[in-house]
Design a protein around this ligand. Structure first.
Ligand code: UGA
Length: 432
């Protein structure tokens, strides 16, 4: 059992802290938000993440998981300090490391000899060394402090499962005994452990996200061609996916990828490529196809209402960037809603996980209490997030509630034949 501090109690930090405590380590999770810490101490988990409330409750009960305000308090007695603070996109596309640097400065004076700082947040190549330098400048004795990169590959919504059943654990560190110490934290997990130099570990994270984003843009591009040649992209993706060199995951066409990671990480990698003097035209293409894919949804909506969105009442189902999360960051659904509004449409939206925070993000959008209320009197229904519950609704009732029965299914979630039989006009993505 090791003593671990986790700095930052967001999606990554909270999952990391709760899962490490589940694995038997003693974890102190720090955040700067006193209210968040107070709620977590009572076992109230502020994000929607399958299995996380149970692990937090287990950790509190077993006294292996505590929450405190302030990084220094958590780091003072730790053998490992996980940095899980945000690295938002700066103005030039590069990741902004100021939160990371602030934490490094704050904890440097209190670190014990032998402590290892572990960079968990997605940080550009060179960050392990940057953290080392900042710690040194702020008074840490570098001969006694280790720094390692240990990128996370957690998907929101399934992050607990992803943490406990990882495809691999990557540790980047120049000092082999320190890398081995970090790897021992995960020794009860059944996963390959890859120990590399810090730069390679950092690059693995960016290359992975950029590759997955490219896979999505690729299938979205194929979907656009399928529409023109009367093919069905779902059949095409299935046929491609059986090729084990390709694999079937991340081949679902949609409104374009979103969320807090792919848009930010592709921008950061493009920036890194620029600085390195490499013209990463392939990745620029991925990003551009994604932007156009969002916009194609607006063109489809326009067509379905007869040419102009001005004055049209539109019901939108789903606001989160994907199903089973309440995260609205860089959500394609939010982009679609804003663009519909820009074109003069009036939007009423329903999302099963949306709360007051959605209302704050979406000025001028009425939030409906259920899917039927969202489409009452509407000329178009836009399915923007693939929540499973939307599949099984009473579509005869939806039909009767709408002014014009038309559906834009940006996630290919619904049964188009059944909808057409009920009298709906239907358009999906990559389907003739
Ligand atoms: C992503 C990666 O999948 C994780 O491995 C990584 O750890 C994480 O970013 C991160 O860097 O922290 P996440 O953003 O939670 O995870 O969500 P994904 O499930 O990857 O979905 C991202 C976006 O792609 C969503 O908008 C989703 O709807 C879209 N998507 C995904 C598709 O349009 N098609 C697909 O086939 C898959």
């Amino acid at each position: 059992m090791s003593r671990v501090a986790v700095v930052g109690a967001g999606y990554v930090g909270l999952t990391t802290g709760a899962c490490l405590s589940h694995l038997g380590h003693s974890v102190v999770c720090a955040d700067i938000d006193a209210e968040r810490v107070a709620r977590l101490t009572k076992g109230e988990v502020p994000i929607m993440e399958d299995g996380l409330p149970e692990l937090v409750a287990e950790g509190i009960e077993s006294q292996r998981l505590r929450f405190v305000v302030g990084a220094a308090k958590a780091a003072a007695s730790a053998e490992f300090v996980f940095l899980c603070v945000p690295t938002p996109q700066g103005e030039d596309g590069a990741a902004d490391l100021s939160f990371v640097e602030d934490v490094a400065r704050e904890i440097a004076p209190v670190l014990r000899s032998g402590t290892v700082i572990v960079n968990k947040s997605t940080m550009p190549v060179g960050s392990t060394r940057l953290v080392q330098r900042v710690l040194g400048e702020a008074g840490a004795t570098l001969e006694q402090i280790g720094v390692a990169s240990n990128p996370e590959f957690l998907r929101e919504g399934t992050s607990v499962r992803d943490f406990l059943h990882p495809s691999r654990v990557v540790i980047g560190c120049d000092d082999p005994p320190i890398a081995v110490r970090v790897s021992e934290l995960y020794k009860s997990l059944d996963a390959p452990i890859l120990i590399t130099d810090p730069a390679s570990a950092e690059m693995i994270k960016y290359a992975t996200n950029a590759f997955l984003a490219t896979k999505i843009s690729f299938v979205n591009a194929i979907a656009s061609i399928c529409e023109a040649v009367d093919a069905d992209v779902r059949e095409v993706a299935m046929g491609m996916g059986y090729d084990t060199r390709i694999g079937s995951e991340f081949l679902h066409p949609g409104p374009g990828y979103g969320g807090s990671c792919f848009p930010k990480d592709t921008a950061a990698l493009l920036h890194m490529a620029d600085v390195a003097g490499y013209d990463f035209s392939l990745l620029r293409g991925t990003v551009e196809v994604n932007r156009r894919q969002h916009e194609r949804m607006i063109a489809k909506a326009r067509r379905l209402v007869g040419g102009s969105l001005a004055g049209a009442l539109i019901g939108v189902w789903g606001l989160a960037f994907k199903a089973n999360t309440d995260d609205l960051r860089d959500s394609p659904a939010i982009y679609i809603v804003r663009r519909l509004q820009e074109e003069g449409a009036v939007v009423r939206a329903f999302d099963p996980a949306a709360d007051e925070s959605a209302a704050a993000v979406l000025e001028g959008v009425e939030l409906a209490a259920d899917p039927f209320e969202a489409v009452a009197g509407a000329r178009l229904l836009v399915v923007a997030t693939e929540w499973d519950q939307f599949r099984w609704l009473d579509f005869a009732r939806v039909h009767d509630a709408m002014a014009e029965p038309a559906v834009l299914d940006t996630r290919n979630l619904l049964d188009s034949s059944a909808l057409r039989r009920l009298g709906f006009s239907y358009d999906g993505v990559g389907r003739s």
